[in-house]
Design a protein around this ligand. Structure first.
Ligand code: FAD
Ligand code: EPU
Length: 374
């Protein structure tokens, strides 16, 4: 006798293209050989709704996936993996200085950045070449080269998994923090992000004195390597295209390409510590790099200074470490890599060894940035 849930799966397979026993190796950047029991792509909001309706009846775990560039699978996924592949970029509103643009969740992040740079809309150029989708960008508030995506997000439209209701979150409601948002905490696994609306600056507009404002005053060029890279490129008055080119060039040099070596970018977050801990660490490690977070001498703040985790990990001797196919990247120790056939548990085991040794040496407990699935 055919079970009720099998019957539903069959009906569902006719309604949408549902595949069974699908390899996820090419669908996430760590490149582990893992399998999804079922896999389906959702290209429209109504397809997402159809999937949610069936999910209530089928009682199976579901996982929404963008490009899989911030996940680590530790085993096969025994439910339905739903790849969000909705497309579309529309201008909602614009005035002389700003454009309000909505991009669907399945848009490729870097192609969206290129789209904005081509139109001289500034705000996202420092976030060039980050892998992933637009829909995932607010989840960990992606950031690079002195900019976080929260600086440009106006609102995020979601659908609640349990009720199927749509809701729009304002920037403040998203509760953005460093690699953090409400979608990574209270709403983790409870909503699907449908689209994101950004408020960007028009940099090609004519200024009050009739000068062409090239947006130089809007550009964020203070992060470490950025100005020297522009200098190497021979650029004196950078445009947003120049900034994008400089960021892409630094990233290609510093970070491993997932097409060549499996990885998910920084595996750990940079720890943020109190003044008290900083003072005691600086006695033993005066050369430790420090980025002050709180203005003034804020002695009580628990988030007084950010320490590069890459430095902490390197000091513990892990840089370039390799055990089988699991390793720590030789140029960027924040990035754990799969040289071919590493498994999720092997990468996780390595991460735990790193966390223990950093904690033992510095009294700082590293937090993972990557979403561990399993
Ligand atoms: P996925 O990995 O597919 O998903 C991430 C999480 O979000 C999962 O839990 C998933 O279930 C959930 N999710 C995805 N889409 C949706 C949706 N529509 N609705 C609800 N939940 C969803 N990050 C930075 O911040 N800065 C960097 O500089 C950076 N550099 C990187 C460099 C490399 C080489 C790599 C591999 C990664 C890097 N990352 C960086 C991390 C990664 O690119 C970002 O986190 C990106 O936003 C992930 O997008 P994704 O579509 O691949 O998400
Ligand atoms: N460092 C070392 N040894 C190394 C490399 C770096 O000690 O081998 C130290 C140096 O002091 C260096 C500092 O780490 O100045 C910072 O390095 P880098 O500028 O490369 O940045 P990061 O802190 O390692 C962060 C983000 C990246 C983002 C870059 C650029 C986190 C967890 N990571 O890396 O984001 O691209 O800054 O803005 O915040 C990601 O989130 O996946 C990611 C790649």
């Amino acid at each position: 006798m055919i079970s009720r849930s099998f019957e539903l799966i069959l009906t569902f397979r006719n309604a949408m293209h549902l595949d069974q026993k699908v390899s996820l190796k090419a669908l996430h950047t760590f490149g582990m050989e893992v399998e999804a029991r079922y896999f389906v792509e959702a290209k429209t909001h109504s397809e997402v709704l159809t999937l949610l309706n069936y999910r209530h009846m089928i009682h199976m775990p579901i996982l929404f996936l963008g490009c899989g560039s911030n996940v680590l699978f530790t085993r096969n996924f025994g439910g339905i993996v739903i790849r969000i592949n909705s497309k579309g970029i529309v201008i909602r509103d614009e005035d002389e200085n700003h454009v309000h643009v909505t991009a669907e969740a399945g848009e490729n992040w870097d192609e969206f950045v290129q789209h904005c740079v081509d139109r001289e809309w500034s705000g996202l150029e420092n976030l060039s070449l980050i892998p992933g989708t637009v829909g995932a960008s607010p989840i960990q508030n992606i950031g690079a080269y002195g900019v976080e995506v929260k600086d440009t997000i106006e609102s995020v439209q979601v659908i609640e998994i349990d009720s199927g209701k749509q809701k729009r979150f304002t920037n403040a409601e998203c509760q953005f923090g460093y690699r953090d948002s409400i979608f990574k905490r209270a709403l983790k696994g409870k909503v699907i992000i449908l689209n994101v609306t950004f408020r960007l600056n028009k940099t090609g507009v004519t200024g009050l004195q009739g000068d062409r404002v090239m947006g130089n005053s809007l550009l964020k060029l203070d992060y470490g390597d950025l100005r020297p890279e522009l200098g190497r490129m021979g650029v004196i008055e950078p445009t947003i295209s120049d900034v994008r080119a400089a960021v892409c060039s630094i990233r290609r040099r510093k970070l491993p390409d997932p097409a060549e070596i499996g990885n998910a970018g920084s595996f750990f977050k940079n720890p943020v510590i109190s003044k008290k801990l900083l003072d005691s660490l600086q006695t033993g490690f005066p050369e430790m790099p420090v980025y002050l977070q709180s203005p003034g001498d804020d002695a009580v703040s628990e988030t007084f200074a950010k320490i590069p985790a890459a430095w902490l990990i390197e000091q513990c001797g892990w840089k370039g470490y390799r055990s089988g196919d699991a390793g720590v990247h030789p140029n960027q120790p924040l990035v754990l890599v799969n040289y071919g056939n590493a498994t999720g548990p092997q990468i996780l085991g390595l991460a735990n060894h790193i966390i223990s040794s950093v904690e033992q040496k510095f009294g700082i407990r590293l937090e993972t940035e990557v979403n561990v699935i399993g």
